[in-house]
Design a binder for this molecule. Sequence first.
Ligand code: SAH
Length: 272
Amino acid sequence: MPGESDEEATAPGDGAATEIGFVSLVGSGPGDPELLTVKATRRLEEADVVLHDKLPGPEIIEQLPDDAREDVGKRAGGERTAQSAINERLVELAREGKRVVRLKGGDPFVFGRGGEEAEYLADHGIPFEVVPGVTSAVAAPAVAGIPVTHRDHASSVSFVTGHEDPTKPESAIDWEALAATGGTIVVLMGVGKLPAYTAALREAGMDPETPVALIERGTRPGQRVATGTLDTIVDERDAAGIEPPAVTVIGDVAATRESVRERLGNGVSDDA
Ligand code: SAH
């Protein structure tokens, strides 16, 4: 049209050179590509760029087109990209008019820093959405035959980070209070500090015979489980060589695996 520039994206009366893009904070689920939601799959197909770390797992990451993906999980030097740099990159790409997917393992708002990214985007005037994902906190126990609640065994469930050292006074987690709920405790990022928080729960008066399960790489190839009690699970972890990512389930529900495993078709093997 005469007089019109070829900058089609320029809004009338708006000095900006490019129309603002859009960021989708997307949960990839626990790793099995079939547990991506329909909406997540659609957003990945439509994205100009996908920022991901390692947690979505190779089965999902390798499906993404090479030219659209940016790995923000590791840098050349092996260092993790700082959260602040990820936030800034999301804003930068959106300001270039891109459809951006920030892909996170599980659900983006469960120990995924998705909340921080949402706040940053909002503060910077970037339109965004949240696409919930299947969280490993529920899915990893489920494939091992462990329901996080059960009418006979647990009427509540707490999701906890195992990253903190329970012996430090500044620990934000009140293990004593958790022990007192009588409900299920699901610990994420809790392989390394397993000895510390199982001890904290015993000290808080929890029965040392309480069943505990560790589920490694739930829903992914090579998924494994180690089972024991508050007293024995550290030895079981060591015997099986359980490594992150793994979820710890503490509570009577963990024993359900034993009663269903004979007919359970999810292919989670026992290594301990
Ligand atoms: N947002 C994620 C959790 C991020 S924190 C979610 O909702 O699942 C990272 C932790 O998630 C890991 O340390 C581990 O405890 C857990 N995790 C993620 N994927 C897992 C999987 N496939 N199997 C077992 N644990 C997993």
